[in-house]
Write a protein of this length. Structure first.
Length: 96
């Protein structure tokens, strides 16, 4: 059964392995990719970041692959970072 994905002021609010799962990450990133691709057909770039929780690097890699499959260049932040740093990365990199 699919769970509702809830976003708060600092990103996705979910319990790991309950709401924050591989299936839900795929659902969320596909939705984001479709939206970004509809707004900017060519040359879109999206920052992909994570917090330090379990499997964060795996989730980032999966998100990057999904974005790339939609023709979007993923800009992966290599280390765990807080939401404000990722927000700044969007602005400073002029990402979509």
């Amino acid at each position: 059964m699919l769970t509702q994905i809830k976003f708060g002021t600092s990103g996705w609010r979910a319990v790991m392995a309950e709401e924050f799962t591989f299936v839900n990450v795929q659902r969320a990133v596909r939705g984001i990719a479709r939206y970004v691709a509809a707004q900017k057909a060519k040359g879109a770039r999206v920052i992909v970041g994570r917090d330090p929780r379990f499997l964060g690097e795996t989730f980032c890699s999966m998100a990057a692959d999904i974005l790339a499959a939609h023709g979007i260049t993923p800009v992966v932040v290599p280390d765990a970072a807080p939401t404000p740093a990722l927000s700044y990365a969007v602005i400073s990199n002029k990402a979509d």
